[in-house]
Design a protein around this ligand. Structure first.
Ligand code: SF4
Ligand code: SF4
Length: 469
């Protein structure tokens, strides 16, 4: 075989690599029920096929394709070799502070205003005296209900709507046990913190969490005042929460929202899946709280029936991800398709370090969630300073307005986010580049838009949750 033949063979091998990559991309995109991406993949495969034929029958074009392939390979190598991490992300949620942090007030949270301000009550009077501008919009939303008519977008399809109610019954049952006091009057069991950390993380994974991290509780994220009241504990409304009274360590857990369900957003399978995860989170956090109590330690479960703090920054501090433009945590393997729960404890544990996965830079260019949001609640522009931290500030009121219109928790932003795609080899490779290369963070959002399109359209669901029945 002469020199030219080896040259052509190498070019053909590279071309076959592109062809295989394009076909694999198409195959995965079909499995993910994408509409545009499989066609783009087949188009790229066709181009690779034509190049292969030209390489064989037109020797004059070989140099041209050699230069072209060299550029593509050099680009990929430059992404892989010039690695960098976001220094702010590596500092955790505090890394985004630009001034003194102002603690969130649970009384301001739309859920609390909806559920825990009965008209005519003293709490109602006290709250709207502080925030008169919120009274009228809140009154209108209260009349409609948080989800309006649950499942309205799907004609309140009973099997799916009942899944929502069934799953939310679980935190309702378990919420009584959120605070777990030590079971033993004697000293707590002594376990080396390294060993305790190993046990608690594996135990949480064994119980059903998909990711677990540990951090110290940062007082900045603890609610200043109690605002959500369950089980008629009205005496707690408006009470100041002293961070020093909380156990100092947090075991933060993620549960995964199923891709098939989420990709139906804003239809009922997605809200049924949210509800299922709130049920799982209540089980996980309460179960772990009981475990700490039986070891002789104090523990407090953080789930939808008891929160002492905002959980997304806690998850960031525990090394579980970064916050995206859409306001949700974006986790390495699952993107925004996660729900966060935690158990606080005074058992000494070893904290994890925050991570950088390239979310901040990627979100600056991507904006897909903001473009797809039906209520325009996600900002298209830059971050603003909110309570001392730089962040993309979601308009929660207009978001919840949309929820009450469709009767679900929408979740379009979660579904459309490129980080949320299933954790297949294809997306693992892309995530690795995005997590390590500033060039990938800048240019991959454009490539993503070309391959997948910009706008969200719900995908078909398995027949057992098909709301079109
Ligand atoms: S849940 Fe829906 S309405 Fe709310 S921010 Fe996300 S996309 Fe917008
Ligand atoms: S859709 Fe894009 S802009 Fe929105 S959170 Fe995901 S990556 Fe960021």
């Amino acid at each position: 075989m002469d020199q030219l033949d080896i040259f052509t063979l190498v070019l053909l091998l590279v071309d076959i690599g592109f062809l295989a990559g394009a076909l694999y991309f198409s195959f995965e995109s079909i499995r993910e029920k994408e509409r545009r991406a499989p066609k783009m993949g087949l188009g790229l495969a066709l181009i690779a096929l034509i190049i292969g034929i030209l390489l064989v029958v037109m020797p004059s074009c070989r140099v041209f394709f050699a230069v072209f392939f060299s550029f593509v390979i050099a680009f990929a190598l430059s992404l892989a070799l010039k690695r960098s991490k976001d220094p702010r992300a590596l500092k955790g949620a505090n890394g985004h502070l630009v001034g003194a942090a102002e603690r969130p007030d649970e009384r301001d949270i739309p859920f609390a205003r909806q559920r825990s301000l009965p008209p005519g009550s003293e709490y109602y009077q006290r709250y709207y005296k502080m925030h008169p501008e919120k009274e009228e919009p809140d009154r209108r939303r209260r009349e409609k209900g948080l989800l309006g008519a649950p499942g309205r977008i799907d004609n309140q399809y009973p099997p799916n709507v009942s899944m929502i109610h069934a799953a939310f019954d679980i935190p309702e049952f378990l919420g009584h046990y959120a605070v777990a006091d030590p079971e033993h009057a004697s000293m707590p069991s002594k376990v080396d913190p390294v060993k305790a950390t190993e046990i608690v993380k594996n135990y949480a994974l064994h119980l059903g969490a998909v990711a677990v991290g540990i951090c110290r509780v940062n007082p900045n994220w603890v609610y200043s005042h109690r605002g959500e009241i369950f089980y008629d504990k009205w005496e707690d409304w408006g009470k100041e929460i002293d961070p020093a009274q909380l156990p100092p360590y947090a075991v933060v857990m993620l549960t995964e929202m199923d891709w098939d369900h989420v990709s139906s957003a804003p239809h009922t399978p997605s809200v049924a899946e949210s509800a299922r995860n709130y049920g799982r989170g209540a089980y996980l956090s309460t179960h772990l709280a009981r475990w700490f109590a039986h070891l002789g330690y104090k523990a407090v479960a953080q789930n939808t029936r008891h929160y002492d703090m905002a959980l997304p920054p806690l998850a960031v501090d525990a090394g579980l991800g970064e916050i995206g433009r859409l306001g949700y945590l974006i986790a390495p393997r699952f993107g925004a398709r996660v729900r966060i729960f935690a158990t606080l404890t005074d058992m000494p544990l070893i904290p994890d370090s925050p991570i950088s996965i390239g979310v901040d830079e990627f979100c600056k260019k991507c904006k897909k969630c903001a473009e797809s949001c039906p209520s325009k609640s996600i900002p298209m522009g830059d971050k603003i300073v909110h309570r001392g931290a730089l962040k993309w500030k979601i308009n929660e009121d207009s978001c919840f307005e949309y929820w009450s219109k469709v009767g679900t928790d929408c979740s379009i932003c979660m579904a459309v986010c490129p980080f949320s795609r299933p954790n297949t080899l294809l997306h693992k490779v892309v995530r690795w580049f995005v997590g390590n290369s500033q060039i990938a963070q800048k240019y991959f959002p454009y490539i993503d838009n070309i391959l997948y399109g910009r706008k969200w359209r719900p995908k078909p669901v398995p027949s057992w949750i098909d709301y079109r029945n």
